[in-house]
Write a protein that binds this ligand. Structure first.
Ligand SMILES: Nc1ncnc2c1ncn2[C@@H]1O[C@H](COP(=O)(O)OP(=O)(O)OP(=O)(O)O)[C@@H](O)[C@H]1O
Ligand SMILES: [Mg+2]
Length: 442
């Protein structure tokens, strides 16, 4: 029988390896239970994560109707008792030896779990984690570890949108649905589509034997409010306790060819897949992801065949202001995109007035209505710019009121800039120069 000494600080850390843990398990636990056939398993770290165990529902039915009833620490001569603390202040991975108890009727099964950190030859900190599981208990243990892994990865309702691939980890969406000005029918259809997918759609997909993965595209020229709509839908989803993931196309490293990588989409889908709740994914500028190297991968994901999908439902909302870049394979093939919403510029005098009133706030006056016909046909972002520019002029000149004249000058100035830019772009294009979609505002 091998004897394993207490772990002294001066002891070479690399001695705390698999063989040491395995040896301890054998001598201190398995040797005393010769009547049982015990299997030593390398196990997932989710099982030793206290924040995961805190989420575990005691009534969760494991195989053979077993329930997990809790853990008890035991003395272990080869492992120091240690804990991790995560960035939200919760205790997580727990090193040491623990008995995990499972009960079914009058049957009780104990599993010994032992885990430790060690530093390898190249001074990297690693965790190893072993369990001694009775052979006939393996199916139950398997369902237990699977549930721990699920809880470890599961998204929880949060007031923040999770960002994948961006510089920040999350953001709080601030836009209210009421702030968006769109033709009433379109606005209602859009919100209905989203909310009915979450409330009824998932069951419908399941009944039809389809994977519950819905994909919507918002297409429109720059500045019509696509990003704003995404933000408002994120706020709506969060207030209804659905997790939201935003895929950022920000460059992560200097020199990176594109920040719009398939890897980010795949990662977002995998987070959504492990969620216990229907999840919303926002993918802005879909066209940017359809570059030659990765187009086929993105198309496969849109088909839904190769992507992991949350069985509680995943709703992907993509945007583009450059639908020409999205080839027919995406736009026309049934199933790749379930629905395309065209997000228009302000089309009616009613919508235009609503927008101008919204952005002028308390400085709105009825005489400003005279400018409405000239503003119809412009994207919301332009109308907002006209208002904001006029308001800043007002503030510079210490005025308490915004005259129609000042508002009109703001419009004329911005329109002239826009026309000059359009002329310039047209000229370049007639000279045969290539460039991307013209950007009106921003
Ligand atoms: N339909 C709208 N209703 C109310 N405000 C709008 C609307 N469209 C645009 N705006 C205003 O213009 C700003 C910019 O719009 P937004 O960024 O959402 O446009 P976009 O369609 O995403 O543009 P891009 O295609 O360039 O990304 C919004 O934050 C909002 O203030
Ligand atoms: Mg946008």
């Amino acid at each position: 029988m091998v004897s394993y000494g207490r772990c002294e600080p001066e002891q070479d850390a690399s001695a705390l390896k698999l063989d040491v843990l395995r040896g301890w398990l054998e001598t201190e636990w398995m040797a005393e239970r010769t009547g049982q056939e015990l299997i030593a398993l390398a196990i997932t770290y989710s099982v030793i994560d206290l924040s995961v165990l805190a989420k575990y529902v005691p009534d969760f039915a494991l195989a053979q109707d077993f329930r997990f009833t809790g853990i008890t620490p035991v003395e272990c001569s080869v492992v120091m008792r240690l804990n991790d603390l995560n960035d939200t202040g919760d205790l997580t991975h727990q090193m040491g030896a623990h008995i995990y108890r499972f009960v079914s009727g009058d049957k009780t099964v104990d599993v010994m779990v032992v885990a430790t950190y060690y530093t390898d030859e190249i001074y990297c900190h690693r965790t190893i984690c072993l369990a001694a599981v009775p052979k006939d208990f393996l199916p139950v243990w398997h369902t237990f570890t699977k549930e721990c892994v699920r809880l470890d990865n599961a998204l929880e309702p949060d007031e923040k949108v999770i960002i994948v691939g961006g510089k920040e980890n999350s953001f709080v969406p601030k836009v209210d649905w009421d702030e968006i000005v769109l033709p009433a029918k379109l606005k209602t259809e859009l919100l209905d589509d989203v909310s009915s997918f979450f409330t009824k759609g998932v069951d419908v997909y399941r009944r039809l034997n389809l994977r519950p993965f819905r994909k919507l595209l918002l297409a429109g020229v720059p500045g019509t409010g696509k990003t704003m709509i995404c933000s408002a839908l994120a706020k709506w989803a969060i207030s209804n306790h659905y997790p939201v993931i935003y895929i950022s196309s920000a460059y992560r490293k200097q020199g990176e060819a594109s920040g719009a990588t398939f890897e980010k989409i795949e990662y977002a889908l995998s987070i959504a897949a492990s969620s216990a709740l229907p999840t919303l994914i926002l993918l802005e500028e879909l066209d940017a992801y359809l570059h030659e190297e990765e187009k086929a991968l993105v198309l496969n994901v849109l088909d839904g065949n190769e992507s992991q999908v949350n069985d509680k439902g995943t709703l992907l909302i993509a945007t583009t202001n450059y639908p020409e870049a999205i080839d027919e394979r995406v736009l026309k093939r049934p199933g790749r995109l379930d629905r395309i919403f065209i997000i228009p510029e302000a089309r009616t005098t009613v919508d235009t007035e609503q927008m101008l009133r919204q952005y002028l706030g308390v400085l709105w006056q009825d005489e400003h209505k005279k400018l409405i016909p000239a503003l119809v046909g412009y994207p919301g972002a332009f109308i907002r710019e006209v208002a904001v520019h006029a308001l800043t002029q007002c503030a510079y000149d210490d005025l308490n009121e915004l005259s129609y004249d000042l508002l009109q000058r703001s419009f004329n100035g911005l329109k002239a800039q826009l026309d000059a830019r359009d002329d310039f772009l047209k000229q370049r294009s007639s000279n045969g120069m290539q460039f991307g979609a013209p950007v009106l505002v921003n």
